[in-house]
Design a protein around this ligand. Structure first.
Ligand SMILES: O=C(O)CCC(=O)C(=O)O
Ligand SMILES: [Fe+2]
Length: 314
């Protein structure tokens, strides 16, 4: 369905923004964020707070990991779906990834690093933690703007405290043919907010509400910000949770890094009463993210057009 178009995502500049909610500049950016998330569920963010050394170092660290032998990478396999090491699946052979839970917490990242490098790899863990900390600031700013623009300020602390940060690093092998090959199949993210950063090999595509696909071409200074189903449910459908996929071409491997704000296990996601009215009847019953993810990875969950709707749609 749909065809490639030359549509472009909105680009929103966070560079000159102090952490100062209420300033005129803040309110302007907030309006742009709201509009982009209603229309596309996604935008490109310019954010120069992250030093160039860290932006460069992150791909060095990512390559160090993927260059490890497969048996070593597999030491980090996890029971939790979409955490730990995964990849080399028959259906998407180009893709592999490592999920790092609590990526902003140095002790957590260091203990995971020791599984991979028993002698330690301070460069890897420091880079992961610094990058995650800096990008989590952007995550917090965006979420604060969303909360304010929905008029849900009284839930701000609860909203922020109900999540943790997962960093996932991804590698997509080059297809090395003239054909375009699937890197990652079309899906919506299940979490709250996702922030993606890539090396300069494109491939991420975003589906618009009318079914067209936009090729994303972020620069070394920009991050792709998109919302997931949990935020879509919390806003009771006011923001769009977009389908996206990765299509690979050419001879260069693509590396990307995603910071995901993820609801904590046991926290019930529930649209606040302010989000529900005659025009916006409740879309989803309250749900626990981890239980929902469990359903998503069942056969029925994988088959569903919207796993969230099948799981807890009203
Ligand atoms: O590699 C990318 O840019 C996208 C990855 C993605 O969609 C995901 O991990 O959910
Ligand atoms: Fe995704």
């Amino acid at each position: 369905m749909g065809s490639e178009t030359s549509l472009k995502l909105p680009i929103i500049d966070f560079s000159n923004l102090g952490k100062n909610p209420g300033a005129a500049e803040w309110d302007l950016v907030k309006l742009q964020v709201r509009k982009a998330l209603e229309e596309y569920g996604c935008f490109e963010a310019l954010f120069d707070k992250i030093p160039a050394e860290i932006r460069k170092a992150i791909f060095g660290a990512v390559e160090d990991f993927f260059d490890l032998p497969l048996e070593t990478k597999r030491l980090n396999a996890s029971q939790k779906p979409f955490h730990g090491y995964l990849g080399q699946y028959p259906k998407v052979p180009l893709f592999e990834s490592l999920g790092i839970d609590d990526a902003t917490i140095a002790e957590e990242v260091e203990s995971m690093t020791r599984i991979l490098w028993p002698q330690g790899n301070q460069n890897f863990s420091n880079t992961i933690v610094s990058f995650s900390e800096q990008v989590s600031e952007l995550d917090h700013m965006v979420r604060r703007m969303i909360v304010e623009s929905l008029g849900l300020e009284k839930y701000l602390d609860e909203h922020m405290n109900s999540t943790y940060h997962l960093l996932r690093v991804m590698k997509y092998k080059a297809p090395e043919t003239t054909e375009t090959k699937l890197g990652l199949r079309s899906h919506t993210d299940k979490n709250i907010v996702t922030i993606l950063y890539q090396n300069q090999v494109d491939g991420l595509e975003l589906q618009t509400k009318d079914g067209s696909w936009i090729d994303l071409k972020p620069t070394p200074d920009s991050f792709v910000v998109m919302i997931g189903d949990s935020l879509y449910a919390w806003a009771n459908g006011r923001l769009h949770s977009p389908h996206h996929r990765v299509m690979m071409r050419g001879n260069a491997a693509r590396y990307s890094v995603g910071l995901f704000s993820v609801p904590k296990a046991g926290y019930m996601i529930k649209a606040p009463e302010e989000m529900i009215d005659e025009e916006h009847p409740l879309l989803f019953k309250p749900f626990d993210f981890v239980q929902f993810l469990g359903f998503y990875y069942t056969e029925a969950g994988q088959r569903a057009q919207s796993a969230l709707k099948s799981y807890c749609g009203v």
